[in-house]
Design a protein around this ligand. Structure first.
Ligand code: ASP
Length: 297
């Protein structure tokens, strides 16, 4: 199951989002069919969306205040609780691949900035120029946003801003679940700002004994609630993933006036999806079901 952001996705962007999430779920499914792990599947699905400029991940991400792309990603294995994260990387087109290397080839869990890039390079991940990750649409978007902020004397209200972070959760034949989330963060963010997406338990979490979870949305409120882990804990205490997903969105709104979207999957294959934004892009595939959509609140 994958998501490609939760916000007021405009009608003219719906098709691009649907194509993107369908391609991603197909890629993940092929990996599962070939007998590989849920970890491989979520990595492959997220790579597809990082490579798709429709989303705020990889090339085509939002720009920070200084006009640079700065990316964050996390991947987590529900069987072992091994996790790998990278934050504030500026020269990696597929940060989820770097995160996977951290998970599988480092005793550490999280690398940031230059150290993350050095680690990635040493482990065979090619580095690119930051300009290679920037597209004209985003240069224009940042300019328009900064002009508006200057003319209004304040930052535009966050819920009006898009949240196109991508993520996936998967269950494999061995009964193991995994989760991955990748993002360019929020538009006009301060350099060095990290959101929820790549922080363990905030925008991403996986434990076979509870659930695999990936979120998108306004990162600061989400991380204050450690919302991915909060949701997984609700599943561990006997609730259905759909209930946990819906409750997480209620909690986010009621406790910290936050907004976003969430997908949740447990190791029995029960899943849930919820958002408190106008729309959310998602796709899901099981042995008996292939579905995708832009759900509305
Ligand atoms: N959650 C991301 C962040 O705050 C943004 C998003 O989901 O669009 O970095």
């Amino acid at each position: 199951m994958v998501h490609g952001g939760a916000w007021a996705i405009p009608d003219d962007l719906v098709e691009a989002h649907l194509i993107g999430v369908r391609n991603a779920v197909d890629a993940g499914w092929r990996i599962l069919e070939s007998g590989c792990s849920s970890l491989d599947a979520v990595e492959a699905a997220v790579v597809v969306m990082e490579n798709d400029e429709a989303f705020d991940a990889g090339r085509g991400s939002f720009l920070n205040r200084e006009g640079k792309v700065q990316l964050d990603a996390l991947i987590m294995d529900g069987a072992t609780l091994r996790a790998g994260g990278v934050g504030c990387v500026e020269h990696i087109a597929n940060p989820i691949r770097a995160a996977r290397k951290v998970l599988s080839e480092s005793p550490h869990v999280y690398f940031v900035a230059e150290g993350a890039e050095r680690f990635a390079k040493e482990h065979g991940i090619p580095l690119c120029k930051n300009e290679d990750l920037i597209i004209p649409r985003e240069v224009e978007r940042l300019r328009a946003y900064q002009d508006l902020a200057t003319s209004e004397g304040q930052e535009p209200f966050a819920p009006e801003i898009s949240h196109d972070t991508v993520g996936g959760v998967a269950l494999d034949r061995s009964g193991n679940i995994a989760a991955a989330t990748s993002t360019g963060g929020t538009l006009n963010k301060a350099p060095g700002r990290l959101g929820d997406s790549s922080l363990i338990g905030c925008g991403c979490y996986a434990d076979n004994e509870s659930a695999a979870v990936s979120l998108t949305g306004w990162g600061e409120p989400i991380m204050k609630l450690v919302l991915a882990k909060w949701s997984a804990d609700r599943v561990a205490s006997g609730n259905l993933p759909q209930w946990a997903a819906a409750e997480a969105m209620n909690y986010l709104r009621d406790r910290v006036s936050g907004h976003g979207g969430i997908i949740v999957l447990d190791s029995q294959g029960r899943f849930g999806l919820a958002h408190n934004t106008p729309r959310m892009a998602w796709a899901l595939r099981t042995t008996g079901q292939l579905d995708s959509g832009i759900s509305r609140t």
